[in-house]
Design a protein around this ligand. Structure first.
Ligand SMILES: C[S@@+](CC[C@H](N)C(=O)[O-])C[C@H]1O[C@@H](n2cnc3c(N)ncnc32)[C@H](O)[C@@H]1O
Length: 187
């Protein structure tokens, strides 16, 4: 796993998905070296880079050019740029133009989540997975409702991570936002 402080960041782009959450996403995705992955809403590239290390090809999509440029810088820094195709586009439009894939990662939806899941499902290979990570309460509910309609196998994990800061007097545990990870597998 790449440490959080090894990512180049940009003031107008949300930082990378935290290392411990990336770890869980990789575990839930069961990504393999043959897989094609689509990471929509790639942001700083936190998940794009982890998938690139473990798969055949990643399509990284973001509508914000600063985000794509930041992802590109991080890919170059970690020598993973050959594995990734960057797409500057709205998520739904990008999905409509990609033929097929094994894993669809949705790390932000801009309000189109059910549509994204439905469109992604059509292109997903047998046993392929759609993963949704969220800090909002409503997003996992929307994801589960849509995946249920599509008769996917659904796994839901909600994690609250605290990181320890070692100080002179002792160690202070600092809480981070709870994150929900919803994974749907196509039957
Ligand atoms: C929280 S960040 C993703 C962080 C990323 N997973 C990482 O680990 O670095 C969300 C990103 O989603 C992008 N985004 C939001 N709605 C979008 C949409 N409809 N189409 C494409 N990108 C979108 C934003 O521009 C932003 O860069």
């Amino acid at each position: 796993m790449i440490s959080d402080d090894e990512f180049i960041t940009h003031k107008d782009v949300p930082g990378p998905t935290k290392e411990e959450i990336r770890c869980l996403v990789m575990c839930k995705s069961k990504v393999s070296p043959e897989d094609i992955v689509v990471d929509i809403c790639c942001g700083t590239g936190g998940l794009t880079l982890e998938f690139a290390k473990r798969s055949r090809l990643v399509y990284a999509v973001d509508k914000n050019l600063d985000a794509l440029n930041t992802t590109e810088k991080n890919l170059k820094k970690h020598k993973l740029d050959k594995k990734v195709q960057l797409i500057h586009s709205d998520a739904l439009e990008a999905l409509r133009n990609i033929e097929t894939f094994d894993i669809l990662m949705i790390g932000g939806s801009g309000g189109d989540l059910p549509l994204l899941i439905e469109e992604g499902y059509q292109k997903l290979t047998q046993n392929g997975k759609i993963i949704v990570t969220s800090i909002l309460l409503e997003t996992p509910v929307e994801a589960v409702q849509t995946m249920k309609k599509l008769q996917m196998d659904i796994d839901i994990v909600d994690v609250s991570i605290s990181k320890g800061r070692v100080m002179k007097r002792g160690t202070m545990m600092l809480a981070r936002n709870p994150i929900t990870i919803v994974t749907g597998k196509k039957n």
